[in-house]
Design a protein around this ligand. Structure first.
Ligand code: C2E
Ligand code: CA
Ligand code: CA
Ligand code: CA
Length: 274
C-alpha cells in the first residue's frame, strides 16, 4: 500500500527531474553554441517583382551543432522562445549583421530584415538592443523587424511600437494570415510590410480557397497602404501572378536560396540588374 504511493511519487519526481535536466541541457547547448560559433547567419535576397533587382535581404539563423549536425531554425527557435533564450540569439544576428554591413548596397532603399520574437518587445528590450548593436553602426540601409503572427500579442507594448516607428525602423508581420489574430496584429503593430506566407504562395493556381485568401490579403494591404512581400516563390507562374496582382517584392528559391553572408556579394554581382 505504502510502496505504491512511494513508487508513484518517485516516478513523478523522476519525470520532473528529467524535464528540468532536458531544459538545462538545451539552454546549456545554446550558450555553448553561441560561445563556440556554432551559429551562422545566412541571408536570402528579396527582389523587385518589376525588374528582379535585389531590394533587400532577410537574415536567417543556422545552427551547425557538432553533436547533432545542422538543426533547423524551425526546431530550435520555438524551443529558444519557450525557454527565454531568444534574445541572445537575436543579439547575435544583430552583431553579425552589423559586422558584415559592408557587403550590402549602401542605400536607404535596401532593406535588412531580422526576425524577432514578440517577447523581445517586452519592456522595450528590443529598443535597448538596437541602441547597443544597430544604431551605433549608422547603417545606411533600412532595418525591418519581422514579427511572426504566431507569437502572442500581449507581449507587444504600444509604446515600443510607436518608438520603433519614430526611430525609422520598419515593422513587418511575418506569416501573415496563418495565425489566429491577423487583424488584431494589424491594429497593434501598424506595420509597414506584410509578408504573405509561403503556404499562400504555394496555393496559387492549385488551391482555390487559399488563393482567394491570397487575393484578399493583397487587397487588404493595398487598401491600408502597406507594402507586400511574398515569400516562398518557387515558380515563374507564382512570380507572374503575384507581380500582376500588385505584389512588388518577392522572395524564394526561384531567385535565391538562403546563403552564407560571405557568398552574398558574388550572388549580387551575378544577379539581374535593371
Ligand atoms: P520565416 O521567417 O518565415 O523565414 C522564411 C523561411 O522560408 C526560411 O526558412 C527560408 O529558408 C524558407 N524559404 C525561403 N524561400 C523559400 C522557398 O521558395 N520555398 C520554401 N519551401 N521555403 C523557402 P528557415 O531559414 O528554415 O527558417 C524557418 C523559420 O525559423 C523562419 O521562418 C523564422 O520564423 C525562424 N527563424 C530563422 N532565423 C531566425 C532568427 O534569427 N530569429 C528568429 N526569431 N526566428 C528565426
Ligand atoms: Ca521572416
Ligand atoms: Ca514567413
Ligand atoms: Ca514561416
Amino acid at each position: 500500500q505504502l510502496p505504491l504511493a512511494l513508487i508513484l511519487s518517485m516516478l513523478i519526481g523522476y519525470i520532473a527531474w528529467l524535464a528540468t535536466a532536458n531544459r538545462m541541457s538545451f539552454s546549456w547547448e545554446i550558450n555553448l553554441g553561441l560561445a563556440s560559433h556554432e551559429f551562422e547567419v545566412f541571408c536570402q535576397p528579396l527582389v523587385s517583382a518589376r525588374n528582379l533587382q535585389c531590394v533587400g535581404v532577410e537574415l536567417l539563423l543556422r545552427w551547425n551543432n557538432p553533436r547533432q549536425g545542422w538543426i533547423s531554425p524551425d526546431v530550435f527557435i520555438p524551443l529558444a522562445e519557450q525557454q527565454n533564450l531568444i534574445a541572445p540569439l537575436t543579439r547575435y544576428v544583430l552583431e553579425e549583421t552589423v559586422r558584415h554591413l559592408d557587403i550590402f548596397p549602401k542605400s536607404r532603399d535596401f532593406h535588412i530584415g531580422i526576425n524577432v520574437a514578440a517577447s523581445h518587445f517586452h519592456e522595450g528590450e528590443i529598443i535597448a538592443d538596437l541602441r547597443r548593436y544597430w544604431f551605433p553602426a549608422q547603417a545606411p540601409q533600412k532595418l525591418t523587424l519581422e514579427l511572426t503572427e504566431r507569437d502572442a500579442l500581449p507581449d507587444v507594448d504600444h509604446r515600443v511600437v510607436r518608438d520603433l516607428h519614430r526611430m525609422g525602423v520598419n515593422l513587418a508581420i511575418d506569416d501573415f494570415g496563418t495565425g489566429q489574430s491577423s487583424l488584431a496584429y494589424l491594429e497593434t503593430l501598424n506595420p509597414n510590410v506584410l509578408k504573405i506566407d509561403k503556404s499562400f504562395t504555394a496555393a496559387i493556381g492549385t488551391d482555390a480557397v487559399n488563393s482567394t485568401v491570397t487575393d484578399i490579403i493583397i487587397a487588404l494591404a493595398q487598401r491600408l497602404g502597406i507594402d507586400l512581400v511574398a515569400e516562398g516563390v518557387e515558380t515563374p507562374q507564382q512570380a507572374e501572378y503575384l507581380r500582376s496582382h500588385g505584389v512588388n517584392v518577392l522572395q524564394g528559391y526561384l531567385f535565391a536560396r538562403p546563403m552564407p553572408l560571405s557568398e552574398f556579394p558574388r550572388w549580387l554581382r551575378g544577379s539581374t540588374r535593371p
